[in-house]
Design a binder for this molecule. Structure first.
Ligand code: MLT
Length: 204
């Protein structure tokens, strides 16, 4: 397989479930490992580092300013990540039948792009503090996908109406979206993680 992305794979005791873990700006492939273990202690975990650097901070795609994305780069990077994930899943976890992507912030935005642009690569998604990744391109149907969205009513980086618009787009395309709102700014809190875990264990 092509080693386009730095990554870590931890095999779980249940080889059927895989969690793909996508970090926020400045993070790396290790960042969400503990979170993944919390959501599903038995699943295999695939943490992937974004390929773009903003200063010394890894991201999954370039932005022109905070909240303003370089859409050309977004699509290029989404394609690259999509190819990597397909290869990594068949290499590390050929027998999986439940793939969940979990992303925080920039990682949630590239995960939303994968859902909106590509034929089904994941069955479930947990998007923490996500926004609308692009507006100037088509969004495919997202039938049979279950998505948990955790967001802040007072997130200074992701305005509430951005996440709301994303939820609307996903629902219009057929996704089943569970939304939860918190009052802790851009922070990912334990309460939000617990809610995601409860949702995950109910729909798996
Ligand atoms: C982004 O993708 O830029 C996020 O929405 C904000 C961040 O990750 O800093």
């Amino acid at each position: 397989m092509n080693e386009t992305h730095q990554h870590i794979f931890i095999e779980g005791t249940n080889k059927k479930n895989v969690l793909i873990l996508l970090h926020g700006t400045g993070g790396n492939e290790h960042d969400l490992i503990n979170l993944g273990k919390h959501i599903d202690p038995t699943a295999s975990l695939l943490g992937v580092r974004g390929n773009v650097l903003e200063g010394d901070m890894p991201r999954y795609f370039r932005r022109l300013a905070e909240g303003i994305f370089d859409e050309k780069d977004l699509f290029y990077r989404a394609e690259e990540l999509h190819t990597f994930l397909k290869e990594a899943l068949s290499h590390y976890a050929p027998n999986t039948d439940l793939v969940t992507v979990i992303g925080y912030s920039n990682g949630a935005n590239i995960a939303a792009t994968l859902l909106m642009k590509y034929e089904k690569i994941v069955d479930r998604a947990i998007l923490f503090h996500a926004m609308v990744p692009y507006r100037n391109n088509t969004v495919k149907e997202i039938q049979n996908a279950h998505i948990f969205i955790g967001a802040g009513t007072n997130d200074p980086i992701i305005p509430q109406k951005e996440t709301q618009e994303l939820i609307d787009v996903l629902r219009v395309q057929g996704a089943k979206v569970q939304e939860k709102w918190y009052n802790n700014g851009h922070q990912l809190t334990m309460k939000e993680i617990q809610d995601a875990r409860d949702w995950y264990s109910l729909i798996r």
